[in-house]
Design a protein around this ligand. Sequence first.
Ligand code: 3PG
Length: 400
Amino acid sequence: IDELLSEGVAGRRVFVRADLNVPLESGTITDDGRIRAVLPTVKALADAGAKVVVASHLGRPKGAPDPAFSLAPAASRLGELLGSAVAFATDTVGESARSTVAGLSDGQVAVIENLRFNPGETSKDDAERGAFADQLAELADLYVGDGFGAVHRKHASVYDLPARLPHAAGHLIATEVGVLKKLTEDVQRPYVVALGGAKVSDKLAVIDELLGKADRLLIGGGMAYTFLKAKGHEVGISLLQEDQIPAVTEYIERAEKTGVELVLPVDVLVSPEFPDLKTKAPTHPTTVAADAIPADQEGLDIGPETRKLYASKLADAATVFWNGPMGVFEHPDYAEGTKAVAQALLDSRAFTVVGGGDSAAAVRLLGFDEDAFGHISTGGGASLEYLEGKTLPGLAALED
Ligand code: 3PG
């Protein structure tokens, strides 16, 4: 983007593909981290006199307008953060978008409606995606890719549009890639990875890659129960992906052979019922050993011994990557495991990267000062796929 700015963007329409996919509760944004993350790019362009057209997806609407997925709340939050009015187009490439963009003065910012309201955005058909990208291209003279959270998606605005306009990477993408490179090239050791989250299937590829790269892997969250089951333990009614047991068993064996320390919970908090995340009513969990989960109970967080164990495994790390909460942190009864990992990262002198989505939101929602962490990535799936060594469509398109 610096090159673009030095060439001059005054009076030019710049399409900024951001990731404003923020969590919403009844229309209210509960974590605006992704909006704040794109501010440096939007501000730099506006200050340089560009007409800035910000676009993003939000959630997974079905290729048609759906008020529940409107970007309007994100647009007004962007305006508050910029300290200036932001115009909002109620469609993506229709009359509203065209007239809103045509009405922009130099230095003004507009947000167009959720790109996924148009089926062309996510289509697997190259021609359909291309046709939507052609329409988007009419709204701008230049393209800046800054939606790091979406660079792993081969979508029209991420992959096809940059091929149609002079393009550059924004500040956020440059920062994210710079940081993730430190985990893939010449990493400082010990390199410890803490992985949580619900589904082990989402993490298989990254575990596969990390078994050859990390020194220690700490497993928590819902995915831990598939590991415990693969070790021969009963897991009661805990989240379990039976079909993933063979893959997980192979990872456990490979870790032993290659000397990667694979650390599993030694105790867990269990309850007969999943907690109510709306009322947050108390559930009175009990702590049990990880190899003694009762048949009628569900594991919902790592236990106190595991918290201590994981903190000790993080204490001497030189580099840490953390992705995924350790338990159902949205309920206070099951937030301690995730808090303990976050605190251990703050206490260690390691270079720390918190990878995306839920873990980034957890850090903020649990009241931690995000600036105290090395880097909080705005990309969940994107940061995992980067670490897997995959070619990410949204980055490849910008490199051309
Ligand atoms: C994310 O939340 O990880 C990104 O915004 C991508 O969203 P998606 O998984 O719906 O493509």
